[in-house]
Design a protein around this ligand. Structure first.
Ligand code: ADP
Length: 537
């Protein structure tokens, strides 16, 4: 038997008001019709109202009333089984910036007993692109989550479009490519999906593997429009991360955790990781590279924007962002500088909004069933609310420390290979010269990853400026001129380590950490100790 839809349960239980947040009015109405036909025994009329068109049954005008008060009066007096779908009623509800229409809100409350006690079975469904429920009605309105189209629905739509557009040549579109094309559209509304497919078709009159990019680009546009998520595309790979062996191994082991095979092993889906530590040592780099390691889309969430309320109400923002990420799943959600968004969560100077949002985010992280992996990165852990760090929230908390001697060698190697490409520029300097790499690593104790990268860039800049080939001395000078962060922010790093020793696992492997300093006479005590528990993953 088909599983009963939540909406069916709400209607059967005679909830007076149901709220559906969606742009897709047609799809919502079709979904309700579908439910009526297949899951509800009692027959009901579907009456759709909007301020511009009045009340209609399919295309037949039932009442010309455009005022909210009159339509509610109409519902009160209506004596047949019916579902009333009211479009854009949220405009009467007000929000932070705008006062609501008190009379309409009061009228809605007055209507409840009539709906409940009426012989005729009546349900009111609000359909709006924004979730906006006035506090006074919070207890009377139930929210129904109407999801964006799933893969099957997208495939149906593509097949329909292919069959209608007979002039479009889709003979080179393999089943596998078709699947990828449809997956690329996940996260879009049906209208947006169809627009993206239409665009792919009209480009060259053909539909083939190349069009996956067209659809992905359309999706990026849409995600960009909501202003909270950024679709991060990178060509970084695991080899672009120097060191951090433990963290890399951990991530590699969790690849394909959502596969059928993983299900056989009864492995729980990974929730996510929190990566904290010294700034500039590869946290963001790892988040970006993960997308390539796992071959999944990476969406960066700006929690600061969610809280700022610049783009809409905070609650609604979070819901929207989560909905998009889930629709695109399997996916990776990168919460960058999580402390910036959550630091206000424990203070109560915003009327409790931050606390509520923070709670909602944690609950989602804990209970999510969609395959979304969260990678949160944080520089300032002292600002993180303790609830976030409780066991079980994240699968693991990693601490990224100043790179060890071996790690510095690896980071130099990454950046030398990346930038020393032209023989005319590099001449005597070879990017894989072991002696050079050893020298550089030995002389950059206490440097963070980004400072190491900067040494390579500065050396190249000097050579460029003097219009000559790169020389060993350029590196020597670049190193000498760098005052590493570990010197200027020693106290902060010590504090970070103390914190990490109790709560986090070292992102570097044991082998590398034991080899931390290459210089036993080092007077630089910041390079002698390490933060985070040393485990071999
Ligand atoms: P953060 O830890 O503050 O997020 P990033 O990951 O943004 O630091 O690092 C800044 C830049 O420094 C990177 O884009 C990369 O070029 C370089 N870098 C830092 N750590 C590493 C590393 N472990 N391996 C290679 N490059 C690194």
């Amino acid at each position: 038997m088909e599983k009963q839809d939540k909406l069916t349960s709400f209607i059967k239980a005679r909830f007076p008001y149901i709220y559906i947040e969606s742009y897709e009015e047609d799809r919502v109405v079709k979904h309700i019709e579908n439910i009526l036909n297949n899951q509800l025994k009692t027959s009901r009329e579907i009456l759709v109202w909007s301020q511009s068109s009045g009340l209609k049954n399919r295309n037949k005008l039932i009442s010309n009333t455009k005022s909210p008060g009159q339509i509610l009066e109409f519902i009160k007096k209506y004596e047949q089984n019916a579902i009333f779908i009211l479009f854009d009623f949220h405009v009467f509800f007000g929000n932070n910036h705008r006062a609501g229409d008190n009379e309409t809100i009061r009228q809605l409350r007055d209507l409840i007993p009539y709906i409940k006690r009426s012989e005729a079975r009546k349900t009111v469904i609000f359909v709006s692109p924004e979730l906006n429920i006035p506090q006074t009605l919070e207890k009377d309105i139930v929210i129904y989550d109407f999801n964006l189209p799933n893969l099957e629905q997208i495939k149906d739509s593509l097949n329909r479009m292919i069959s209608i557009n007979t002039k479009v040549d889709s003979s080179n579109l393999s089943e596998e490519d078709k699947d990828k094309l449809c997956k690329a559209a996940l996260g879009l509304t049906m209208q947006e999906t169809e627009n993206a497919f239409a665009l792919a078709m009209v480009n060259d009159g053909k539909l083939n593997a190349k069009d996956i990019k067209v659809v992905l680009e359309e999706k990026m546009q849409v995600i960009r429009k909501n202003g909270l998520l950024e679709y991060v595309q990178t060509d970084l790979d695991i080899d672009d991360i120097g060191g951090l062996d433990n963290l890399k191994k951990w991530l590699l082991k969790r690849n394909n955790s959502w596969s059928e095979k993983a299900k056989k092993y009864c492995i729980p889906s990974p929730k996510g990781v929190l990566v904290t530590g010294v700034p500039g040592c590869g946290k963001s780099l790892t988040a970006k590279a993960m997308s390539a390691i796992w071959n999944l889309p990476l969406l960066r969430l700006d929690l600061g924007k969610i809280f700022s309320g610049i783009v809409g109400s905070s609650e609604e923002n979070l819901r929207k962002a989560i909905k998009t990420v889930e629709a695109v799943s399997p996916s990776i959600l990168w919460v960058d500088e999580i402390e910036k968004g959550l630091s206000g969560a424990t203070s109560s100077n915003d009327g409790g909004v931050s606390t509520r949002i923070f709670g909602a985010f944690l609950t989602w992280m804990q209970e999510k069933t969609a395959p979304v992996f969260v990678i949160a990165t944080a520089n300032n852990i002292s600002k993180l609310p303790p609830e976030l760090l409780r066991k079980g929230r994240f699968d693991e908390i990693f601490f990224v420390d100043l790179p060890t001697f071996n790690e510095r060698k690896e980071i130099f190697s990454v950046h030398l290979k990346k930038r020393l490409k032209d023989e005319e520029v590099t001449r005597d300097i070879k990017p894989d010269d072991e002696n050079l790499i050893r020298y550089l690593a030995e002389h950059t104790e206490g440097f963070i990853g980004s400072e190491i990268e900067q040494v390579v860039i500065t050396a190249l800049c000097d050579a460029f400026f003097e219009n000559r080939a790169l020389e060993f001395q350029d590196f020597v000078k670049a190193i000498e001129n760098t005052v590493p962060l570990s010197k200027t922010q020693k106290e902060q790093i010590v504090a970070l380590r103390e914190w990490a020793n109790i709560r986090a696992v070292s992102a570097s492997s044991k082998e590398n950490t034991e080899n931390y300093t290459n210089n036993s006479d080092s007077d630089n005590d910041i390079t002698l100790s390490r933060g985070g528990r040393r485990l071999d993953i």
